[in-house]
Structures are given as C-alpha cells and as structure tokens.
Design a binder for this molecule. Structure first.
Ligand code: NAD
Length: 481
C-alpha cells in the first residue's frame, strides 16, 4: 500500500515522528491508504519552507504568479479523471459529483484568483487638494490554511488560490479523513513549476497538526473552514495572538417555500439542497419551512422525489447518493435521527442505514436520505447542525413567522426563498440573518461575491475582493502636495 506523504519545499517527505493515520474508503469501510500523522515538527518544517520561499514569490510580478496558477488549473483539468476517482474514493461521494463539482471548481478557483490579481485595483484619495492618499496592499507572509472533508480539493484550493495569488506562501492542512486529492495537488504544483515552498501541505489530526499551525508564532494569517466548535477555539487562540482570522463555520440553513412558489422547482431544489453530497454541504437547506396551505402537497411530493434518488456504490456512474464520510459521522447522524424520534419527530422517509446492491459496499457508511417532521423549532435537532442526509419540514402561517422561524437558530450561513412575488423575495432576503440568500435557486455561485456566514456561522468573508483583502496588509501613504 502506497502511503501518502507531506509536501514540503517541493518534496514529498515522511512525517518527522514516523507516525501514520489509516485512511478509510467510506464506500467499503476498509483502509485504503495511510497519511502522515504530522505534529508541530512537521508544521515547523513547512513553515520554514514557506518562509524561505516568501521573498522570491512575493517579489514576482502578478502576471508571473498568475501564470503558474493558470498552468495548475490546466493540469487539474487534464487530470480530471484521476482526481475525480481519488475524490470519490476518499469521501464516498458519487463519482459524478466529484467530476462535475469538486474537481472543476478547484480548477476554477485557481483560474479565478489568477485573473483577479491581474485585474485588482488600488485606491487613492484626493484630500481636498492638500494631499494624495494612496493605499498599498502587501502580502502578509506565511498563511495557515485549514480545511474540512466535505469538498476537500474545492475548499482547500479556495484558500490556497487567493493566498498565493496575492504573494503569500502557505502551510495548508486538509482534513485527516480525506487527504488524497490534497496529496495529488502537490504533484501538480511541482509539475506546474512553482518555486519550492510556495505551497506546503501537511497532513494530520486537528490536534496536534492544525493546532500547531494556529499557535505558530510566525504564521500571522489563519483561514479556517470547519465546525463552529473548532472555529471558536481558533478564533480565541488566534485572536489572542493578534492574528488575522477568517472562520467559515457550520450552518442550519432554512429553505423557505411560499405558497406561490413554482412547486416543481421548489420540490426539485429542496431535494437537491437537502441531499447533494449526502447532505454534507455547509450550504444545504437542512430546515425546510413551508407555508401551511401547501404543506401537505409539498411534503408528499418531496418524499416521492426523494425516494427516486439513485442510491448506491459511489464509484458507479449514474449513482446520485453515496456514503457518509466516516464511521464516526454515520454514528452521529444515526444518533441524531434516533433522538429526533424520541422527541416525537415523525420520519416521512429514510431514517435507517442501508447497504447498496454491491458486495464491496457491505461495510460502507450508508444512510438513507431522511425527512422528519413534527419537531419543535427549539428542539436540539432543529437547532444543531447534523451535516448529513437529514432534513426537517416545519410549517409557517405568514411571511413574518417564516422569517422568525428562519432566524431562530444560532447559525446564519445561507437561506433559500421560493416565491413568485418579487417584492416579497427582496423583503425576506433582507430580513434573513445569513451571509447568502438564494431566491428561486440554490448553489448558484459567482466567485466575485462575498462568501461566508453571519452569527455562529463565521467571522469574515471569502470570495473575490474580500479574499484579496484578507490576505493582504493595507498601508496608506499620505503625500502632502
Ligand atoms: P472540523 O472542525 O472537525 O475540522 C475542520 C478542519 O480543522 C480539519 O482539517 C481538522 O483536522 C482541523 N482541526 C480540528 N481541530 C483543530 C484544532 N484544534 N486546531 C486546528 N485545526 C483543527 O470540521 P469537519 O468535521 O472537518 O467539517 C465539517 C464542518 O465544516 C461542518 O460544521 C460544516 O458546516 C463546516 N463547513 C463550513 C463551510 C463554510 O464555508 N462555512 C464549508 C464546508 C464545511
């Protein structure tokens, strides 16, 4: 079995302590490789490589940096098939999802930020004819980038791309359960000809590996995507060290269906928004809120549509719904559904494990797409993120109660609104506490827009100009005329 290695200073290296983590294929429940169980010593090596690459890389013209990134995007697309297989095997997601979403979007991230840096503008202010103020933006040094398992290459590249486009170098840590595509990215970075040390990738557990990045004295910028619990610790720790931090955290997103919605579209997208990637997308619509007058019809149609999702071995083309990412996560999801039942929740469909019709998947982490109703909005199931294939349906009487229910959790990441009433769409979008509101659509993304959550869903924004600002230090120069 070939072991994965850390990617430091352009070389693949073993972890200093010689310790390894088993990596499981979720569809089979079997170990298929091992990855480094890195510690602070590995992070220190990665930091040193990044630090020594920084003067040269930050001194390159934007055009030169963009050139490497465009080449990398081309290589990701060239290796679409290989990366797609790796991502599907690593995560349990359907191969079609990896092929059409994760991998193309990773290439798009590098291409987008390569272009963005070429077209970014600086500002200047004419101070009443007495002075001119202009603002310089310089890279901040070595960036620490920590990402989760649900969209591994996509979310890691979403951080690496703006960091290096702006002239930073980085130490990146993918999630320990899904290390494979990050490992392969190292090969492509070398092939693209990047100077060694611009991107360093260390694998390992959150504690000690991620922790060592957050607590490193000389890594001044931390970009983290993951759970709210870990985000709170990172915010407190990095804040105490006066680091700049971006936290993209959990969600419990409302999907609001008004009676005047295009019901075909609303049902189709409620299903997609609930169960894509087995419900393991932070932007999934986990709480469906339906106007009372159409609740019966909507629920029946959603259940019917959900039962048509093609479940199965994620490596088989055409399968739409695969395995959950890990045994632990499967246990968490199943436990929350059991708890929902104890609280009086009525399971309309799903609610149990299943084995796809494929012998290799007998021990895989499969759980049916599940819809639950009859739960109080204040109960723990409605208030906490499940991050799996489980959605709840609740009803509302009018626009005001819809907004109150939508805003009644600690989270504020995303929301969906389905209505044909344009004024209402704008009104409700304004009233919802969330970083992104989709009206009559879901997951339509423009990389130029600010991305991130409000309340317990995060601090700061990624995307477009926000990311370019995050990774740079502004300096104002005031010149007296
Ligand atoms: P997690 O917080 O357990 O882990 C995320 C990453 O942080 C992993 O790489 C992990 O190893 C690392 N980590 C864990 N403890 C750490 C520590 N003490 N110090 C430094 N790093 C540490 O989250 P997860 O289970 O991998 O991902 C699921 C969560 O991510 C969900 O809550 C989901 O909503 C969220 N998520 C948010 C977004 C977003 O954009 N807002 C996107 C995807 C996922």
């Amino acid at each position: 079995m070939k072991k994965l290695q850390n990617y430091i200073a352009g070389e693949f290296v073993n972890p200093v302590d010689g310790e390894w983590l088993d990596v499981f294929e979720p569809a089979t429940g079997k170990v298929y490789t091992q990855s480094p169980a890195s510690t602070g010593a590995d992070v220190q090596h990665a930091y040193e490589a990044a630090q020594s690459a920084f003067p040269e890389w930050s001194g390159f013209t934007a055009e030169r940096r963009a050139g490497y990134m465009y080449t990398l995007a081309d290589l990701i697309e060239r290796d679409l098939t290989r990366l797609t297989k790796a991502e599907s095997c690593d995560t349990g997601k359907p191969i079609g999802v990896a092929r059409t979403v994760d991998i193309p979007r990773a290439a798009a991230n590098f291409r987008f930020f390569a272009g963005a840096i070429l077209h970014s503008e600086s500002t200047s202010h004419d101070t009443d004819g007495q002075a001119i103020n202009y603002t310089l933006r310089k890279p901040r040094g070595v960036a620490g980038l920590i990402s989760p398992w649900n969209l591994p290459l996509y979310l890691l590249s979403w951080k690496i791309a703006p960091a290096i486009a702006t002239g930073n170098t980085c130490v990146a840590k993918p999630a320990e359960v899904t290390p494979m595509t990050a490992y392969l990215l190292g090969e492509l970075i070398t092939e693209a000809g990047f100077p060694p040390g611009v991107v360093n990738i260390v694998h390992g557990l959150g504690d000690p590996c991620g922790k060592a990045i957050v607590e490193h004295q000389n890594i001044p910028t931390i970009s983290f995507t993951g759970s709210t619990a870990v985000g709170k610790w990172i915010g407190a720790t990095a804040g105490g060290m006066l680091k700049r931090v971006s936290l993209e955290l959990g969600g419990k997103n409302p999907n609001i269906i008004f009676a005047d919605a295009d019901l075909d579209q609303a049902v189709e997208n409620a299903c997609r928004g609930a169960f894509s990637n087995q419900g393991q997308i932070c932007l999934c619509g986990a709480r469906i809120l339906v106007e009372e007058s159409i609740a019966k019809e909507f629920s029946a149609r959603l259940v019917e549509r959900t039962r048509k999702i093609r479940l199965g071995d994620p490596s088989v083309d055409g399968v739409e719904f695969g395995a959950l990412v890990s045994r632990e996560h499967l246990a968490k999801v199943a436990g929350m559904v059991d708890r929902a039942k104890e609280l009086g929740g009525k399971v309309l469909t799903g609610g149990k494990r299943y084995a796809p019709d494929s012998p290799r998947c007998n021990d895989g982490y499969f759980y049916e797409p599940t819809i639950i109703t009859n739960l109080d909005m204040q109960c723990e199931i409605q208030q906490n993120e499940i991050f799996g294939p489980v959605v709840t349906i609740a009803t509302f009487k009018n626009e005001q109660t819809a907004v109150e229910l939508a805003n009644s959790t600690a989270f504020g990441l995303a929301a969906m609104i389905w209505t044909r009433d344009v004024s209402r769409a704008h009104r409700v979008a304004q009233a919802i506490e969330a970083g992104i509101v989709w009206v009559n659509c879901w997951m339509l993304r423009d990389l130029r827009t600010p991305f991130g959550g409000a309340k317990a869903s995060g601090v700061g924004r990624e995307g477009g100009t926000e990311a370019l600002r995050f990774f740079t230090e502004p300096k104002n120069v005031c010149v007296k005329l």
